[in-house]
Write a protein that binds this ligand. Structure first.
Ligand SMILES: [Zn+2]
Length: 181
């Protein structure tokens, strides 16, 4: 066996995370334009594709408290309408997005922790800055290049500081790390 064949099977640990994110990437986790009424309708539809798409829509609105409050009265109904639906998914069960959607709703409903705690690899700091959820404190570039290494951003709600590294692997993703002051 050559050295190369060993190399090929050494898939970086984050490759799987990247593949998972690719599923919902069509939306790039930009806030959906779907109305709350349509999201609720899709979640209650019994149709696996519509449920998956509505789950992604809810995930994309993870920082939008007003929108989430519109959905919360239907949370239980949505839970019972989706719990036995087979969502499929080639790489991993698409239930991941459904589970995350209910987590987003729960965080907003309880109001105990800031929704910024929900952000991860698929959350673009650029979008969050544009949408007014965060304030940009600093941008660091790789030396002598225009490639962004990381952002320092602050949540406008809870004022937590985050170091968000920008990474490329077929597409852009981000590593979020809370900075303790
Ligand atoms: Zn926050």
């Amino acid at each position: 066996m050559s050295v190369w064949s060993t190399k090929i099977i050494e898939i970086p640990y984050w490759c799987n995370i990247a593949s998972l994110l690719a599923i919902c990437r069509g939306m790039k986790m930009r806030e959906t334009k779907k109305s709350s009424k349509d999201i609720i309708k899709d979640m209650l539809s019994g149709d696996a594709d519509k449920i998956w798409s509505a789950s992604c829509a809810i995930c994309s609105l993870s920082q939008n408290h007003d929108k989430m409050m519109e959905l919360i009265p239907y949370k239980e109904k949505m839970y019972y309408a989706t719990r036995n639906i087979e969502l499929g998914g080639a790489i991993v069960s698409n239930h991941r997005f459904l589970t995350q959607a209910f987590k987003v709703l729960e965080v907003h409903e309880k109001g105990e922790e800031c929704p910024c705690s929900l952000l991860g690899e698929d959350a673009s700091p650029k979008h969050l800055l544009e949408d007014g959820y965060f304030e940009l404190m600093d941008v660091m570039y790789f030396s002598k290049s225009s490639y962004i290494d990381y952002y320092i951003i602050r949540c406008n709600r809870c004022k937590k500081l985050y170091k968000v590294e920008e990474r490329q692997y077929h597409y852009t993703w981000w590593s979020w790390q809370e900075l303790k002051e």
